[in-house]
Ligand binder design. Structure first.
Ligand code: 4AD
Ligand code: MG
Length: 498
């Protein structure tokens, strides 16, 4: 058996593939089967002349997602996906599929989510999961090369790490337990044993908001380093992200093409230094005249585009009636594209006034909302690192800025193109009495945190870390508009099955 992603090594040889029918076109003397095998897609041509009659007929009767074993000669063809096609000599059907619910026509996203177990087989979904895998592998490779030790934090926990409002509570033999929101507190303990560690595991947040950035179950990578200050922490985050993006650009070129990802910004993230601004500078920027006029310009551009595109739509609709079949197909395709672009533009046009208000009225001391982050990242070409947030909007464990006690030594990394926060991190409070004060201020029970306070009693050192959200990173790198397509089986408000 040969895999499709290795076919180009077998030019002019006869090979056998095992897979599924992705698409099928029949003509009188030829059947064109698009076969997928998990590693890629290959066009397989069954010609009446090359195979026995019963094989030719069997090929003609196949339906989408039927499974089969197919043999043939690998022939170079530059127009084909993967640069080769298969000239079929034999074919064995494993199972003739029933009518497959997901057809090449447009389906609504709700329908696709209900059929997530099947949707995963579609090209774009396949490509996104392939990129996800490469990102995961790149993260492990990066940290292992940098001398970090992977250590797993528990999933059942007895306390909150990131605030009490998003805890999932479970019953742990008559005791209350919570699904972990973050492995960080345990990571700190492990860093005091191993120096530089990272966790890579599922985390849970009872997020009641339906947004394109929120899952209730997501994967987080949390490095924690003894003797690192905030600057070292930021340098590490930048180096890691550059490594991840570079790896995907090198290894997942064709998947990014399937996803129609414009790789411009990704290339800039690798080659250019990330923007670093303080929270205070970011607030100034948000409220600036420049931001207001950028949004105004964006609104004008969208309105212009809407006019142009609607004129085109009117024109081609007129043409449709008298067009030849091939041209009709072209027009249908273009109409589909225009509709989806119009949806996007209309969404932008709904958003822009909201963004404008939110930016103009932003007050120092508040946390950035999704739309504020979107606006901020639209003004830069690389990821943006925003540091030194007001301590009030950040977690209890963050160290205060020695130069201004209102500020926490925090950093958020925002991905460009409107994606927003993908990393949250900080230098940690390493002073016992300060941390006790914070725990009290946040109304947290000190006894539950006594083990965490021990880390400040026995050889406390400056230390830092951050958390990278895997799904938001996949969304950004793949250019996906919603995190539901970045994980095999997303868990969100209102979505527990399949
Ligand atoms: O900013 P957060 O809440 O930080 C922490 O949990 C820290 N304990 C991390 C640390 O310093 N070790 O979350 C970190 C990242 C976010 O930047 C985001 O990418 C992701 O986790 N994230 C989510 N992703 C999907 N759905 C959600 N509901 C998420 N909440 C956070
Ligand atoms: Mg955060």
């Amino acid at each position: 058996m040969t895999y499709i992603n290795h076919l180009s090594d077998h030019q002019d040889e006869v090979v056998t593939l095992k897979g599924w029918i992705y698409n099928i076109r029949n003509s009188k003397a030829l059947h064109f089967l698009e076969v997928r095998d998990g590693t890629g897609l290959c066009q397989c041509i069954v010609s009446e002349e090359d195979v026995p009659e019963d094989v030719f007929e069997a090929a003609g009767s196949l339906k989408q997602e039927s499974s089969l074993e197919i043999s043939g000669k690998v022939v170079k063809d530059d127009r084909s996906i993967g640069g080769v096609e298969l000239h079929v000599t034999d074919l064995k059907i494993i199972q003739v599929a029933e009518n497959y619910p997901i057809t090449p026509k447009d389906h609504g996203v709700e329908f696709l989510m209900e059929n997530r177990h099947l949707w995963l087989r579609s090209q774009r979904q396949w490509a996104a999961m392939q990129v996800r895998n490469t990102i995961q592998y790149a993260i492990h490779t990066f940290f292992q090369k940098e001398g970090f030790v992977q250590m797993d934090a528990p999933i059942f926990t007895g306390n909150a790490a990131e605030g009490t409002t998003t805890l999932f509570e479970t019953d742990y033999f008559d005791e209350k337990a919570y699904l972990t929101q973050s492995g960080q507190l345990y990571g700190e303990a492990m860093a005091m044993a191993h120096g530089k560690i990272y966790t890579f595991g599922p985390t849970f947040r009872a997020e009641k908001s339906k947004t394109r950035r929120h899952l209730t179950e997501f994967w987080m990578i949390e490095p924690e380093m003894a003797f690192y200050d905030l600057d070292m922490n930021m340098a590490l985050a930048e180096k890691m992200l550059k490594y991840i993006v570079k790896t995907v650009l090198e290894e997942k070129k064709s998947e990014l093409e399937i996803l129609e990802r414009d790789t411009n910004y990704l290339e800039k993230a690798v080659s250019e230094p990330f923007v670093r601004i303080s929270y205070t500078e970011a607030v100034d920027q948000l409220k600036s005249e420049k931001t207001a006029s950028m949004l105004q310009e964006m609104e004008n551009d969208r309105n212009e585009e809407l006019k142009t595109i609607q004129n085109e739509l009117d024109e081609i609709k007129k043409e449709h009636g008298s067009a030849k079949k091939w041209r009709k197909n072209q027009i249908d395709q273009r109409i589909k594209e225009i509709h989806s672009r119009v949806d996007q533009i209309e969404e932008d046009l709904r958003n822009i006034p909201v963004w404008m208000e939110s930016a103009k009225n932003f007050e120092w001391g508040n946390d950035f909302g999704g739309s504020d982050e979107t606006i901020l990242t639209m003004q830069f070409d690389t990821p943006v690192m925003i540091h030194r947030y007001p301590a009030e909007v950040k977690a209890f464990y963050m160290k205060r800025d020695p130069e201004n006690s209102k500020l926490a030594l925090a950093v958020d990394v925002l991905a460009p193109e409107g994606y927003g926060e993908i990393i949250g991190g900080s230098q940690r409070e390493d002073e016992l009495s300060e941390l006790q004060k914070r725990i009290a201020e946040h109304d947290l029970p000190e006894d539950i945190f006594s083990w965490f306070l021990d880390l400040r009693r026995f050889g406390s050192v400056p230390h830092s870390g951050y958390g990278l959200g895997l799904e938001r990173t996949v969304a950004w790198i793949c250019g996906l508009s919603h995190v539901r397509e970045t994980i095999p089986f997303p868990r969100m408000l209102g979505r527990l099955r399949p």
